[in-house]
Design a binder for this molecule. Structure first.
Ligand code: UDP
Ligand code: MG
Length: 310
């Protein structure tokens, strides 16, 4: 494919989406063909345990615009996005979910903005779709923290983005082993614009995210983008020191004035509090060390086991 053309690469990470592959392809194809946008579709099978890859492979036989790659195991959506970007030949790439929660018609709007010269077109959720109040609260908390730490406005951010070839190359040049696509695609800069979209209902299957996997995702991304938790530990240390000094002076005063009391409970309580703070602090530092360890091993972000199409 000639990179100087105006081909759009549609990248679709897919994990256990056998029921959606056909529908998603037909919907995207119809919309893009009607708007006469030249395109290719790259399905990235993220180590699915169902027949997702077989479905992609079947599609690629009849449709030259479909390409599929399959991971040797589940490496996660971020890895699938980066694998898709590495395969894409288009002049711009759009990343969308396989469950059609990202409305394909918004791609047309994004593409036209790209034609006007925008290099990063970010899909911003106008609503978060149907999710529990607790999930909503946690997501808002996470994005509030990460926006503050990274100085990137991440409120209602999504992975639904269109990137110009230059932006794609900048992302692919990042050596990080655990990239956070949503933030990195803003961090790289370039001329960007936001496009609001309404999260659609998932018609088939269920969300692949459990509360536990979301918590891990939040911790991983906060620590990969900011050293603030470690600074917080230092601050906590200083606060505890001042507190201990005040307490020490007060105890000495009481000792010399003869009003000192037996302080068994206080001592045990203080020991417990300081012990817990120390353990949490060590945990935070340990987390960063394990991230450094992961990075230094230089393992690939994903391993491709099968390919089809093209
Ligand atoms: N996905 C993936 N790998 C994973 C989990 C999810 O490639 O480990 C894909 C999934 O197939 C879908 C997209 O990421 O295309 C969004 O996943 P999901 O719909 O489960 O997330 P939600 O919409 O609930 O955020
Ligand atoms: Mg979804």
């Amino acid at each position: 494919m000639n990179p100087s053309n105006k081909t759009l690469s549609v990248i679709i990470p897919s994990y256990n989406e056998e029921a959606m592959i056909q529908t998603t392809f037909q919907t995207v194809k119809k919309i893009l063909s009607e708007s006469q946008i030249p395109f290719e579709i790259i399905f990235v099978d993220d180590g699915s345990r169902d027949r997702t890859y077989q479905e992609i492979s079947r599609l690629s036989k009849d449709n030259p615009e479909v390409q599929g790659i399959s991971f040797s195991r589940n490496f996660g959506k971020e890895s699938a996005i980066f694998a898709g970007l590495a395969e894409a030949k288009g002049a711009c790439c759009v990343i969308m979910d396989c469950d059609l929660q990202h409305p394909p018609c918004t791609i047309i709007e994004m593409y036209h903005l790209w034609e006007q010269g925008y290099e990063v077109v970010e899909g911003v959720k106008t609503s978060r779709g149907k999710e529990s109040a607790f999930h909503h609260l946690c997501a808002n908390g996470f994005y509030a923290i990460i926006s503050r730490l990274t100085h990137i406005d991440m409120a209602n951010a999504s992975d639904f983005k269109l990137l110009d070839r230059q932006a794609v190359d900048a992302l692919l040049a990042m050596p990080e082993r655990a990239p956070f696509f949503r933030a990195l695609s803003s961090w790289i800069g370039f001329c960007s614009i936001q496009v609001p979209f309404e999260v659609q209902e998932r018609t088939v299957g269920t969300s692949k995210w459990s509360m536990w996997s979301l918590t891990k995702y939040a911790i991983r991304n906060i620590t990969s983008f900011s050293g603030a938790p470690m600074q917080a530990v230092t601050l906590l240390g200083w606060i505890m020191l001042v507190f201990s000094l005040v307490l020490g002076i007060q105890s000495l005063y009481r000792y010399f004035t003869g009003t000192a009391q037996e302080g068994f409970t206080t001592v045990i309580l203080l020991l417990l509090i300081i012990g817990s703070i120390l353990m949490i602090s060590l945990g935070i530092i340990g987390h960063y060390i394990s991230r450094i360890y992961d990075e230094i091993k230089r393992r690939p972000k994903y391993i491709i086991s099968r390919r089809c199409g093209k």
